[in-house]
Design a protein around this ligand. Sequence first.
Ligand code: PEP
Length: 250
Amino acid sequence: MTRMPFLAGNWKMFKTGSEAAEYVEKFKSLIADVKDRQTALAVPATALYQAVAAARGSDLIIGAQNLHWEKEGAFTGEISAPMISAAGASMVIIGHSERRQYFGDDDSAVAKKMAAALLEGLLAVVCVGESLKDRESGQTIDVLAKQLRGALTGFNPAWTQKLVLAYEPVWAIGTGKTATADEAQQSHAFIRSEVASLLGGQAADSLRILYGGSVKPDNAASLMAQPDIDGLLVGGASLQIESFVKIVRY
Ligand code: PEP
């Protein structure tokens, strides 16, 4: 099974709407010839409309970084899946470690958010990953298994095409420490085997699993050379067009 490489940027809480529009206009022209891989940018909610408008005429996917599982309601400060798609976006990141760490997104919230996104037809990029403490105490596999089980319990197999997983070891996010390509591959292979036992071999074979954590232009190619790494989720290095373009062209 060939899995189309997927290169996604996560801007976190950076860039206004006009900065997003300017970036996307330039970025889409710089990668216009790239047809053998998918590209995406997860932008702040306030920049969705402008990023979507700027991306028109290209294959660049624009997404949000979080959502609430309800369609609407008294949830001050939140946005829902229908609101994201009404803004013209087609993807959302769910369970990013910063959401888990600072905003209390636990496995059950991740499962509800994922279902809401997939029911709306959005591409759901669901993040899992162990902390430094987990890794040092030999818990990596157990933590990943628990997060995957938590997210994928109740998963409808019809959603498989719209799900992307991202392995993001928390100790590698924004720290400059990258998992080596071998370390990342080991975790990705484990994630794929867990997906096979939860969702079946066919789903595991077709599902894309991204690596995230201090990806830079100089480590993108070695990560992408691993058999179970199907793409990259890039935080800091996606904020500069030049470095993200280099990563897309790894
Ligand atoms: C991220 O935000 O998903 C991420 C991996 O960040 P960074 O690339 O900056 O480590």
